[in-house]
Design a protein around this ligand. Structure first.
Ligand SMILES: NC(=O)c1ccc[n+]([C@@H]2O[C@H](COP(=O)([O-])OP(=O)(O)OC[C@H]3O[C@@H](n4cnc5c(N)ncnc54)[C@H](O)[C@@H]3O)[C@@H](O)[C@H]2O)c1
Length: 346
């Protein structure tokens, strides 16, 4: 049994994913969260198609595109040529800020559907830059035409469009999203600390999470419009752990080019304990974006494939709540993980 994967957006996340597949396919375990998901091992994953719009990447083998500028993900190993050529992708109006001075190569929906169809992809991972909302919807439509499930890792709210979800269900395909949640990044860490405070009877008053990082994605995120959208999604994800209103802000505040694919998240939380005694939490977390997406992407690929094969279609609730910041139905992160584990970790 294998799962055939197409990728839209050969950026830092894709680069780490490809390296991770090479790293783990020979049976290594260190750093791998789940050895098998839906009965599939990492060695069962095949990359069969790829799309990008950056002229430095289109037309090259995906292994070369993964190392191409402006990607800055850490290089742990050399990805061997994969025989998968990066095809021109879809642009529907918005151009990511980091590509505004570069040559863009775009294609039309018919070509994308054709490539997806001919590659027999089971799933398309949408890893394009944030802010390209219309393109993220266009890739969903291409999947419907090519009979391919869809994972939207970008902050575009694709699953909020109920008609799209029902078209996936009717076509007997799965759709999951929106906005990938890292394995141990700022959002899940913030949620974890808040939940522990609530569980231990501490009243949460205020918190913030200020993220600073490098890489094209952070560069794009400091664009005011994209920044506010991402901030809203992160903040909504964080507040879902606290059963009452409190003041909080979570989001990217700055871009520092030499941080490359790394990110530092600064947290400050204020609470009250016994007889209103003050409790303050002031720490930072340093992590690497691409690497933080690796385990989750491997789990999404394998669980989506397992759901579709077992006859579950449309939005798969357990996958959305475990692996994404804005799932159609919100769940506490520990409940989401136990439900994911129960259904898929075998
Ligand atoms: N841990 C994480 O890294 C993480 C967490 C949550 C969400 N995400 C989301 O994943 C996505 C990818 O993140 P990244 O760090 O790899 O970004 P990146 O900027 O490194 O890569 C994005 C790639 O998409 C390409 N692209 C842009 N528009 C495109 C289009 N219309 N069609 C095809 N390709 C297009 C770019 O040329 C680039 O190669 C982003 O939307 C980000 O918000 C990532």
């Amino acid at each position: 049994l294998t799962v055939r994967v197409a990728i839209a957006g050969v950026g830092n996340c894709a680069s780490v994913l490809l390296q991770g597949i090479e790293f783990y396919k020979i049976g290594r375990r260190e750093g791998l969260w789940h050895k098998r998901v839906g009965g599939l091992a990492v060695k069962d994953i095949r990359i069969v198609a790829a799309f990008d719009i950056d002229s430095r990447k289109v037309g090259t083998d995906i292994a070369d595109a993964a190392n191409e500028e402006p990607n800055v993900a850490r290089k742990v190993l050399e990805i061997p040529p994969m025989g998968v050529r990066v095809e021109a992708g879809l642009v529907e109006g918005e151009v990511p800020p980091h590509l505004r001075n570069e040559r863009i190569v775009k294609s039309d929906a018919r070509n994308v559907v054709k490539t997806l169809g001919e590659s027999n992809a089971d799933i398309l991972l949408n890893l394009i830059s944030s802010g390209s909302n219309r393109a993220s919807i266009a890739y969903a439509n291409a999947c419907l035409k090519a009979s391919c499930s869809y994972a939207n890792c970008t902050p575009t709210l694709v699953l909020k469009e109920r008609s799209i979800v029902s078209r996936f269900r009717d076509a007997k395909l799965a759709i999951v999203g929106d906005d990938l949640m890292s394995q141990f990044g700022g959002t899940i860490f913030h949620r974890g600390v808040l939940k522990m405070m609530v569980d231990r009877g501490v009243k949460v008053l205020k918190s913030y999470q200020l993220d600073v990082g490098g890489g094209a994605e952070t560069f794009n995120t400091i664009d005011e419009e994209i920044k506010m959208v991402k901030r809203r999604l992160k903040t909504e994800s964080v507040v879902s752990e606290v059963p009452y209103k409190f003041e909080t802000i979570a989001g990217t505040t700055d871009y520092v080019d030499y941080m490359n694919n790394d990110r530092t998240s600064y947290f400050w939380i204020e609470g009250r304990g016994f007889m209103n005694s003050p409790i303050t939490f002031d720490v930072y977390l340093r992590s690497s974006d691409g690497a933080n997406a690796g385990n989750i992407l491997l789990d999404v690929i394998r669980s989506v494939c397992a759901s579709a094969r077992s006859g579950r279609y449309g939005a798969i609730e357990e996958i959305c709540a475990y692996a994404f910041k804005s799932p159609p139905s919100k769940m506490h992160f520990d409940e989401a993980y136990s439900r994911f584990q129960e259904k898929f970790v075998y």
